[in-house]
Design a protein around this ligand. Structure first.
Ligand code: SAM
Length: 276
């Protein structure tokens, strides 16, 4: 199996890392769903278990081996291009993990704010991916409020939408749609439900996937078909363009990207005058 894929099959038993300093929290603590809690624990533990590897902490592995730095560089370059980033932009990196992408993006924009619900990963982001124009906060992206996005012009979420369920994503998109400064949103690295069998490409792998789902301990998380994702995005009042991943990325064979924008005036169908 390739891609962001090496989850432990053993129970989650490690204890969280000690914090170096009290992290900044995005908002008052909100109730967290069981699935959110599952992923939060998973990444809090990963941060400790792979203290020596920023790539492994955020599942940037291929068959258990760290991804090449070129995967980060290609992803940052692609984000700059598709979001048309410039030095006036204020960018939010949702589910930023330990800041591997956040700090790269920060080099070409005015300001970047990374948010992740894993305190331990935010702690690593502050220690290893700090910059003068980057701020990291602890928060659940599905419960952020509009004030969080005040002044933010572009938003991205990379390799993370698999951890959100429909209602989480819908809440987030509605908040973004109601945040007037936000011009564009990029969701990258979506595991494609229509290519599930390309990833779990033999009976043993598919049985593993099904067993983890049945146990309520998903392997990768939610696989989204483009039509399912389009439904959630359009129901939130936004429009989407699907893009193939850069073919040089190792995950391109089972993941896709999408660019989300507000409907332009041309997209809004004018009501037809009544025919009498
Ligand atoms: C595979 S990692 C990707 C990290 C980073 N975007 C990257 O590409 O290197 C997924 C990240 O999503 C975060 N995450 C998942 N669900 C979240 C949520 N509801 N709110 C905030 N962070 C979340 C996890 O803690 C983890 O850091």
């Amino acid at each position: 199996m390739n891609g962001h894929d090496t989850h432990p099959s053993s129970p989650l038993i490690d204890s969280p890392a000690p914090m170096h300093s009290k992290p900044h929290h995005a908002s008052a603590v909100s109730p967290i769903s069981a699935m959110n809690q599952y992923w939060k624990s998973y990444y809090d533990i990963n941060a400790v278990k792979f203290a020596h590897s920023l790539m492994k902490q955020v599942d940037r592995t291929i068959n258990g081996v760290e991804e090449e730095q070129s995967e980060i560089d290609l992803t940052v370059a692609g984000l700059r291009q598709v979001l048309n980033l410039n030095e006036t932009d204020r960018v939010a990196d949702l589910c930023c993990g330990n800041g591997l992408l956040t700090s790269g993006i920060a080099r070409s924009v005015a300001e970047t704010i990374g948010v992740d619900f894993s305190e331990n990963l935010i702690d690593c982001a502050n220690r290893f991916n700090a910059a003068s124009n980057v701020r990291y906060v602890v928060g659940n992206v599905s419960t952020l409020d509009r004030s969080f996005f005040s002044g933010v012009t572009k938003v991205f979420m990379e390799s993370s939408v698999q951890h959100l369920q429909s209602d989480d994503l819908s809440r987030l998109l509605r908040t973004l749609g109601n945040s007037p400064s936000v011009e564009a949103i990029f969701i990258g690295g979506v595991p494609d439900a229509d290519r599930l069998g390309v990833y779990y490409d033999d009976d043993r792998k598919m049985a593993f996937y099904r067993q983890r789902e049945a146990e309520g301990r998903p392997h990768i998380g939610t696989w989204w078909s483009q039509s399912q994702l389009r439904g959630v995005i359009e129901d939130s009042g936004l429009r989407v363009r699907f893009l193939p991943q850069d073919a040089r990325l190792t995950s391109a064979y089972y993941r896709y990207d999408c660019l989300i924008e507000r409907p332009s005036r041309h997209d809004i169908t004018r009501p037809q005058p009544n025919a009498h």
